[in-house]
Design a protein around this ligand. Structure first.
Ligand code: C2E
Ligand code: MG
Ligand code: MG
Ligand code: MG
Length: 290
């Protein structure tokens, strides 16, 4: 009790900014030991083929099970991991876990199964040595690069340094596909879509959540889908939460949907069970709109 009181008195005299800075310092410090203490866990969220309801892809999303705070969101700790350089080791862990599960699900559930993993700009642009390690790992397992999709954001392509172009070519050579995450939220100049070899566009949740017939977000989504298909890209809509959104997207020709309507991100074991239980758990007929 004395300790708690002391803490309260302390924060009473501390400006909010300092509290926030202190909080970040503490969290960064805890982050240093988190890998070794096995506090990270990879969750998986199905990416659903809208026309058939089949699941042949999943996005890997990291979770940090903090011993005192409980689950810490990646939105909170990934920036700290980037600022401290810890993102490199964490990213390696995400890669190895993703590969492990992708391999199993390709062997036992669907031969073309793909796991999509996120890369922050710093990870994506880092020195090449670690990437060679990744490729050797895939080779050693005889796992084709097609088992993986790397998700990056538009910002990375805007100021496309030669490091970024080189990395994209290396991924392509290895057969690893590339998705543009949160599409439509950045400063989309669009010209990079023809300059770089991208495989998937992920329409950001901020569009999906306002979808309604005749709405401006519907018009934008339709335009994105048409453009993407002309450029030979597949489209994944993020944040699908209602059957209406799913049906509007399907009617507009969107290839895949991802969101709470289908399933929230879940531990690997739960996702494994979902895949084995039924290859097409979302195969309800798509209602025609119009
Ligand atoms: P993201 O890559 O855009 O991932 C999609 C986020 O939307 C996830 O949040 C997911 O849980 C959430 N989401 C999915 N469906 C719905 C829905 O229907 N409604 C709503 N409201 N949200 C939905 P999450 O898991 O908290 O991840 C947040 C961000 O953290 C990710 O955004 C990604 O940028 C980053 N992140 C996650 N895992 C990793 C990782 O392993 N490495 C790196 N570098 N970043 C990661
Ligand atoms: Mg993503
Ligand atoms: Mg996203
Ligand atoms: Mg998003």
């Amino acid at each position: 009790a004395a300790k708690g009181a002391g803490r309260n008195r302390y924060s009473y005299f501390t400006p909010t900014l300092q509290v926030a800075a202190l909080n970040r310092m503490r969290l960064t410090n805890d982050l240093r030991g988190a890998l070794k203490a096995r506090q990270f866990e990879l969750y998986f969220q199905p990416i659903v083929h809208l026309a058939s309801g089949a699941i042949h892809k999943a996005e890997a999303l990291i979770r940090w099970n903090h011993p005192q705070r409980g689950v810490v969101s990646p939105l909170e700790f990934i920036p700290l991991a980037e600022a401290s350089g810890l993102i490199i080791d964490i990213g390696d862990w995400v890669f190895h876990e993703s590969v492990r599960w992708a391999r199993l699900w390709r062997q036992e559930c669907h031969p073309d199964f793909q796991v999509s993993l996120n890369q922050s700009p710093l990870e994506f642009q880092r020195e090449g040595g670690a990437y060679q390690g990744w490729l050797r790992h895939l080779e050693a397992l005889a796992l084709p690069g097609q088992a993986l999709v790397v998700e990056i954001t538009e910002g990375l392509l805007l100021d496309a340094s030669s490091a970024v172009s080189t990395r994209l070519l290396q991924l392509r050579d290895a057969g690893i596909q590339v998705a543009l995450d949160d599409f439509g939220t950045g400063y989309s100049s669009l010209s990079y879509l023809k300059k770089f070899d991208i495989d998937y566009l992920k329409i950001d949740r901020s569009f999906t959540c306002n979808l309604a017939p005749e709405s401006s977000d519907m018009a934008l989504s339709e335009a994105i889908i048409v453009m993407a298909h002309k450029l030979d890209l597949h489209v994944i809509a993020e944040g699908v939460e209602t059957p209406e959104q799913r049906d509007l997207l399907a009617a507009a020709g969107c290839d895949y949907g991802q969101g709470y309507l289908f399933a929230k991100p879940m531990p690997a074991a739960a996702f494994d069970a979902l895949l084995r239980d039924n290859a097409m758990p979302f195969a309800e007929p798509i209602v025609k709109v119009n």
